[in-house]
Design a protein around this ligand. Structure first.
Ligand SMILES: [Zn+2]
Length: 182
């Protein structure tokens, strides 16, 4: 893994310096003083799946998260795959479900982590077996979803709007399931 922030030029190992980008109103960027390399710090695309399974929406809890926090299936793209293939792969790896239909919901900013979310509605089938990364899941009736007002929560909200499902945003900025029986 690359260390963040990167401190040395990956070509010549000289310490990077902050340099003003003349073409972008003096925006500061880390760069090699000899011009080999610039750290552009562009947002990374993240795939997210709102998974529909047997008529309900699957929310999963990552092992590293607080107890009541459940969210969409997410992951990074691999070289050589389309985002649709990537989201199907992530779903398979994390839940062992098969993606039968993959349809774009939308693209969302996630500036807090310098990421760009590409969110899909995925109809899935099979038997749920979580990867070790995930410790628990909920199957929530679509009308009982409570989107959170950030990141993938906006994708959930847009999907609900497209279905004509009324909803209220949860107060919390993070995905939380308060009613496990939902
Ligand atoms: Zn260099």
């Amino acid at each position: 893994m690359m260390q963040a922030p990167l401190r040395f030029c990956p070509v010549c190992a000289t310490s990077l310096v902050e340099r003003e980008d003349a073409e972008e109103a003096g925006r500061l960027r880390l760069a090699c003083p000899d011009g080999h390399w610039t750290f552009w710090d562009n947002p990374l695309p993240v795939l997210a799946a709102l998974v529909e399974y047997e008529g309900r929406i699957l929310l999963a809890r990552n092992a590293a998260w607080p107890e009541k926090m459940f969210a969409l299936i997410t992951g990074f793209m691999e070289r050589g795959e389309t985002p649709e293939q990537g989201v199907a792969r992530e779903l398979r790896e994390e839940t062992s479900l098969q993606a039968d239909e993959v349809k774009l919901i939308g693209v969302y900013e996630f500036m807090r982590k310098n990421e760009l979310i590409i969110a899909y509605h995925v109809k899935a089938s099979g038997e749920i077996r979580l990867s070790p990364e995930l410790v628990d899941f909920r199957l929530v009736a679509p009308e009982k979803l409570r989107p959170w007002p950030s990141g993938t929560g906006h994708a959930m909200a847009d999907w609900m709007r497209s279905r004509g499902l009324p909803f209220e945003y949860a107060d919390l900025p993070r995905p939380v399931v308060t009613d496990p029986a939902a």
